[in-house]
Design a protein around this ligand. Structure first.
Ligand code: 2HA
Ligand code: ZN
Length: 273
């Protein structure tokens, strides 16, 4: 059965992405966690049902009712997931009333950030159904950005950081979110993340890390790489004492126009303060 689990699911993509997270030094020790939502037809019949004890969720996730999640285990290391993903990733089914989950296979202790993963996945089913993958990790240069007072405002943060390299805002026209400090693993962090993820693909968690989402785990990783690159440019300029004003607005708009992203760019941060 263990071999089947490894063969059936896209665990190799978890392994590949976790290897990069460890290699980049973003998911130190047991830091970071990932999840991927599966469609019914991706789950073979013998693994569809489970007789394990249901575990109550802190909040109802009714959009996820009857759906399946692959999620990394609590206390697991990215560098271990890279080599033996079947030990550290678990398959879960959300109950038909959306109030609890049942463990089905693999690792049976989900990450402490389970509330954020469930609430964001729940929002995706509702408003962005092609989004299935979530990565939470601790990229050094992004965490450092959350220490800059003016970057508490996500619009100021986005306009500065994504204006430092010509393709960054093209990749992320809606900008980057930045949540106020929340206790790691808290329901509050999950609720704020689920609200913000309606509008953005990358969110910074104040003094903690980043949450990135995508249609696949690799898509979520791509976006983290883009934002981390822009942050590296920011810190390089800062340490050289150079200005961080970035692209001329006219050049940025020309690029957005060329790639058909003006609407998305202009709508960013209009949805909410
Ligand atoms: O999984 O990163 O935020 C460990 C964490 C919690
Ligand atoms: Zn974390």
């Amino acid at each position: 059965m263990n071999d089947n689990f490894a063969e059936i699911y896209p665990l190799d993509e978890f392994a590949e992405v976790c290897e990069w997270l460890a290699f980049k030094g973003w998911s130190e020790a047991e830091g970071g966690n990932l999840s991927l939502r599966l469609e019914q037809d991706q789950v073979p019949d013998p693994l569809k049902e489970s007789d394990t004890e249901p575990v109550k969720l802190p909040l109802n996730v009714k959009e996820l009712a009857g759906k399946y999640l692959l999620i990394t285990g609590s206390g697991t290391r990215s560098r271990d997931i890279a080599t033996e993903p079947q030990n550290d990733i678990g398959l879960y089914r959300i109950s038909d009333d959306g109030a609890s989950y049942q463990w089905i296979f693999g690792n049976d202790k989900p990450t402490s950030e389970m509330p954020s993963h469930c609430l964001v996945q729940n929002e995706f089913v509702k408003s962005r159904p092609d989004y299935k993958a979530i990565i939470h990790t601790h990229p050094t240069k992004l965490i450092s950005l959350t220490h800059v007072a003016e970057f508490k405002d996500p619009k100021v943060l986005s306009d500065c950081i994504l204006g430092l390299q010509s393709e960054a805002r093209i990749q992320l026209p809606e900008g980057i979110g930045h949540l106020p400090f929340c206790v790691p693993g808290s329901l509050e962090l999950g609720l704020l993340s689920a609200e913000e993820i309606k509008h953005r693909n990358v969110i910074l968690w104040n003094m903690h890390g980043a949450l990135s989402v995508g249609t696949s785990l690799n898509h979520a990783l791509d976006q983290l790489e883009v934002v981390e690159k822009a942050a590296e440019i920011y810190w390089t300029l800062r340490s050289a004492g150079l200005p961080t004003g970035g692209m001329e607005q006219e050049d940025l708009l020309k690029s957005m126009d060329f790639f058909g992203r003006v609407d998305r760019y202009e709508k960013a941060f209009k949805d909410k303060k």
